[in-house]
Design a protein around this ligand. Structure first.
Ligand SMILES: [Zn+2]
Ligand SMILES: [Zn+2]
Length: 155
């Protein structure tokens, strides 16, 4: 599916969700959805706010948070919690992927390992219907690793 089709589909999903739950269909909400589905990879609320400031829609922080909650409820966005920082990513049609999380600087790299992905998606769990997964590997990124080694040498 190309990006244009994905955007059309998520718009439809969100539209139906808002109707079904009696939420207002404001242009701001759809502009936020569109912005999110233009982002590659993860985003923070700060990043999203910056993006929205460059668009025709001026949205408040409260509207951003509120819309993200609605998008999470409609399964279009998922929250990733890293320590005490929250990041989000789109959920529709993103494919399964793995995250490498640097415990020192907080950098997250997404990797696609078809072997691992296949093994995990074929795994069956009793009394549970899996819809998607994301996997985190914790460690140090190259930069932090090298910086630490340099520090040690100086001591
Ligand atoms: Zn790092
Ligand atoms: Zn991710």
């Amino acid at each position: 599916m190309d990006n244009k089709n994905i955007k059309e589909t998520v718009k439809k999903v969100f539209n139906e969700y808002l109707s079904a739950n009696g939420h207002r269909k404001t242009p701001e909400r759809f502009a936020i959805l569109d912005a999110i589905y233009s982002i590659e990879g993860h985003f923070t609320v700060d990043m999203l706010q910056e993006m929205m400031e460059g668009s025709n829609f001026r949205v408040s922080r409260a509207t951003l948070y509120n819309t993200i909650l609605l998008l999470m409820d409609s399964q279009l966005v998922v929250r990733l919690q890293f320590g005490n920082s929250s990041q989000y990513e789109k959920l529709y049609n993103i494919g399964m992927h793995l995250h490498l999380f640097c415990t020192q600087c907080g950098k997250i790299t997404e990797i696609h390992d078809t072997n691992l992905q296949r093994i995990i998606s074929e795994a069956k769990f009793p009394h549970f219907n899996t819809s998607h997964f994301s996997l985190y590997m914790y460690g140090l990124c190259n930069r932090c690793d090298r910086a630490n080694k340099r520090k040690k040498k100086k001591l």
